[in-house]
Design a protein around this ligand. Structure first.
Ligand SMILES: [Mg+2]
Length: 368
């Protein structure tokens, strides 16, 4: 079997509610749908969420690579030869969500070719993941109200709170209000997207010490090396590397050198193959792992649940799977749903991602 066609289809879907966080904001989903077709007529599919604020990828850069350099690395290749594909792709630095999606589409093809789900091929541990919902910036009462609504409507009992605003008192008050309104049984953790300095982050940790927070993600800029290490040493809760650990090598460096004490894994940027390596590393050294969300559509969230539920170590904690609820629509035929706080792994062969052709025709940006 050989890959014969690489399609990169840009599309745009409005957000029902814009998402604001310390390092940027998203008003519409402007993603690229990747499709790899083989000479046997199989089509491997994955979603690419370029995040200009985080990785510097844009819709134009992603489509440019997939129609040029990366196309040449794929066409004529056996989709089972993932290592050879990655070796070619990795001659080019960066571009994590483009490379991640190629890996997911290759796994989708492999699953279809052998007639099994990718979830089963990866490890097949459990059939569902508990959901953590991300609360974007808003006024304190609105964020408290959203958490209560999502708990009542979807049964979600884990919330990641976007912080990193100034004055610090605002986010300290927010965290206290959430704990007060939601009670002791809800899990809360913070993500500042590098919005604070190490000193400010330490002040927030001290001021919220009685609120039973579980994690603090990217409190400050990990590139400010000594400040971050000072903070990790002083913190009583794990400091999570997310955008400072977008690859296996970065994850190992940050953990080994004291720049973080837990890891966020996002299939959108490390696909399934590199995500599995990061997961194995985390398990080997015994640091917690969060399955993160790259502001993923239902296509992207499906990839996250396929991977996260495949392994015992990634299924231990709630996964960030609910960002798609803020989007006005999706390209999928089979909508994901959150029931009693869980998302189920879709059945079927491959990744279980199926594209609705009418929706794709409606939202695609490259033709009428
Ligand atoms: Mg994050």
């Amino acid at each position: 079997m050989k890959i014969t066609e690489v399609e990169a289809i840009p599309y745009r879907i409005p957000m029902r509610k814009a998402l604001h966080f310390a390092s940027g904001e998203v008003h519409a989903i402007e993603h690229v749908l990747l499709r790899l077709t083989t000479d046997e007529g199989l089509v491997g599919t994955a979603d690419i969420p370029p995040r200009p604020y985080t990785y510097g990828e844009t819709v134009a850069s992603v489509t440019g690579l997939l129609r040029g350099l990366f196309r040449d690395a794929l066409v004529g290749t056996d989709p089972f030869a993932r290592e050879r594909v990655h070796e070619r792709l990795n001659r080019t630095v960066g571009n994590p969500t483009t490379k991640g999606a190629i890996d997911i589409a290759l796994w989708d093809l492999a699953g279809q070719a052998v007639g099994r789900s990718v979830h089963a091929l990866l490890g097949g541990y459990t059939d569902r993941l508990r959901v953590s919902h991300m609360l974007g910036f808003d006024e304190v009462p609105a964020m408290v109200d959203e958490a209560q609504r999502y708990r009542d409507e979807y049964g979600i009992d884990t919330f990641k709170v976007k912080v990193g605003r100034r004055p610090l008192a605002l986010d300290i008050e927010l965290t206290r209000a959430l704990r007060g309104a939601l009670g002791p049984d809800v899990e809360l953790y913070l993500d500042a997207n590098r919005g604070w300095t190490a000193t400010e982050a330490r002040q927030v940790l001290d001021a919220t010490a009685d609120l039973d927070l579980t994690f603090f993600e990217e409190p400050d800029d990990a590139a400010e090396v000594l400040g971050r290490r000072w903070l990790v040493r002083l913190s009583r809760i794990p400091i999570v590397a997310d955008e400072s650990a977008p690859s296996l090598g970065d994850a190992a460096r940050e953990i080994q050198t004291g720049g973080a004490s837990a890891l966020s894994i996002k299939t959108a940027r490390t696909g399934f193959t590199e995500s599995a390596k990061i997961l194995a590393y985390a398990e080997a050294v015994g640091v917690d792992v969060l399955m993160g969300n790259q502001i993923d559509t239902q296509l992207g969230s499906t990839a996250t649940v396929v991977f996260g539920a495949a392994f015992a170590y990634s299924a231990r904690r709630a996964a960030e799977l609910s960002n798609f609820l803020d989007m006005a629509d999706d390209l999928t035929v089979r909508p994901l749903s959150i029931v009693d706080g869980f998302v189920a792994v879709p059945d079927g062969v491959g990744t279980g991602i199926e594209i609705d052709p009418d929706k794709l025709a409606h939202y695609r940006l490259d033709e009428e």
